[in-house]
Design a protein around this ligand. Sequence first.
Ligand SMILES: *[C@@H]1O[C@H](CO)[C@@H](O)[C@H](O)[C@H]1NC(C)=O
Ligand SMILES: *[C@@H]1O[C@H](CO)[C@@H](O)[C@H](O)[C@H]1NC(C)=O
Ligand SMILES: *[C@@H]1O[C@H](CO)[C@@H](O)[C@H](O)[C@H]1NC(C)=O
Ligand SMILES: *[C@@H]1O[C@H](CO)[C@@H](O)[C@H](O)[C@H]1NC(C)=O
Ligand SMILES: *[C@@H]1O[C@H](CO)[C@@H](O)[C@H](O)[C@H]1NC(C)=O
Ligand SMILES: *[C@@H]1O[C@H](CO)[C@@H](O)[C@H](O)[C@H]1NC(C)=O
Length: 494
Amino acid sequence: MARAAPLLAALTALLAAAAAGGDAPPGKIAVVGAGIGGSAVAHFLQQHFGPRVQIDVYEKGTVGGRLATISVNKQHYESGAASFHSLSLHMQDFVKLLGLRHRREVVGRSAIFGGEHFMLEETDWYLLNLFRLWWHYGISFLRLQMWVEEVMEKFMRIYKYQAHGYAFSGVEELLYSLGESTFVNMTQHSVAESLLQVGVTQRFIDDVVSAVLRASYGQSAAMPAFAGAMSLAGAQGSLWSVEGGNKLVCSGLLKLTKANVIHATVTSVTLHSTEGKALYQVAYENEVGNSSDFYDIVVIATPLHLDNSSSNLTFAGFHPPIDDVQGSFQPTVVSLVHGYLNSSYFGFPDPKLFPFANILTTDFPSFFCTLDNICPVNISASFRRKQPQEAAVWRVQSPKPLFRTQLKTLFRSYYSVQTAEWQAHPLYGSRPTLPRFALHDQLFYLNALEWAASSVEVMAVAAKNVALLAYNRWYQDLDKIDQKDLMHKVKTEL
Ligand SMILES: *[C@@H]1O[C@H](CO)[C@@H](O)[C@H](O)[C@H]1NC(C)=O
Ligand SMILES: *[C@@H]1O[C@H](CO)[C@@H](O)[C@H](O)[C@H]1NC(C)=O
Ligand SMILES: *[C@@H]1O[C@H](CO)[C@@H](O)[C@H](O)[C@H]1NC(C)=O
Ligand SMILES: *[C@@H]1O[C@H](CO)[C@@H](O)[C@H](O)[C@H]1NC(C)=O
Ligand SMILES: *[C@@H]1O[C@H](CO)[C@@H](O)[C@H](O)[C@H]1NC(C)=O
Ligand SMILES: *[C@@H]1O[C@H](CO)[C@@H](O)[C@H](O)[C@H]1NC(C)=O
């Protein structure tokens, strides 16, 4: 007892000193948006700051954001982001952590449709695919593969940097640390330019690369090379999705974090205290009325550009003012059609002989980007994909809502059509500069990274970066922010 007393006193003094010195953890954190970015950052923030910090997550729509499902004929189907690359390491971790499972894969063949005929067909035999690619396009596809692999290999460095606690305050700093000026340059030049330079032919770009970019971004080979390379990587690896629906990752992370989800639209963030640590007032409105609350840290996990669907969030009291609303988004419409495919349109008068489950398109026909015969989010072991002559659920992705005449072209007849309209990805090229994560001392913009490349995993990477940035800034660990030559530092730390 006597011996314990001095130790206790010393501990108390130490704790008091820590509190007075500003080393106490933050009290309250606000996250605006409960999509994958917002849910993941809530989880990472709690991981770093500990379980006692209160995290409020504001969501104006539904938890999951661009991860969503629609019910057709009593089954649920993905209506937003449908699948992930096997190297999506943060997403893989979340699934494991939450006790979720990968959905069983039901194989189906893909092909690229060029308006009159199929440009490229996947066969059942891998070697034959390679042979055909070689026959049609020579060495182009190997060059493409090497180009994509080099980008991915460098991008994967981010996981190592993050495991060592390093964070970046801007998208440019982050890209530079991974791929130096090459990566930054790749956000300023087009996919087509970059590929032509490494010897990929224009024909291969027009026939194959464009179709993949249209399928993932609804954009052309004129889009920036970095975002393009990331989406082409997705077309090569094996893909997976979450049993029960991808959105379960978001709701699962929020539940695990015990985050306080507030269903409201955030209207403004105002800077209050400028002495010592900043204090932010977050104002919001919902059907109950208007209200506000104060926070030590605020993370914006939703796009900030102005358009019809964004929340028109304003920033007040900041000098210099924060005005990050440049750029616009590429709308994408997903239509889930329950009906019979018009296989004649694709040159197969007999639907029984139609061999494809996934159709990509070149820029003609222009009214749709992809057409997929999809499976529900929960499938039993005995599940088999619907045959083309049967009524099936097809997912059509298009730049604009489909007209009745267009639906009548693609389908012989249908029972139902349900649509989801997404501001899916940034319209690359609509913004002159790369945005920053740090908008103010403890005010962060997670979706900044979408302007380099946009995918679910990229948002999870941005979430980890923002959580580390907030943590390193809070405890003034400046050696862990915007460091150069990290490859070398990380090696010597090991
Ligand atoms: C940037 O990329 C373009 C197109 O790939 C290339 O022509 C140019 O030389 C690159 N510039 C630098 C500084 O790397
Ligand atoms: C679908 O899968 C999820 C996750 O495995 C499970 O929680 C849910 O009960 C399943 N639903 C149905 C209808 O089988
Ligand atoms: C909430 O605030 C907005 C302005 O931000 C105002 O237009 C609206 O009338 C307010 N609503 C209520 C119920 O006070
Ligand atoms: C906003 O909506 C109007 C009408 O619904 C539409 O004409 C306009 O293009 C939309 N603007 C943006 C930026 O999406
Ligand atoms: C956002 O502001 C624009 C005009 O600045 C307006 O047209 C739009 O309806 C607003 N959107 C929302 C969701 O309030
Ligand atoms: C199906 O496609 C063919 C060929 O493009 C077209 O002539 C026909 O009108 C389409 N619709 C139906 C219902 O067959």
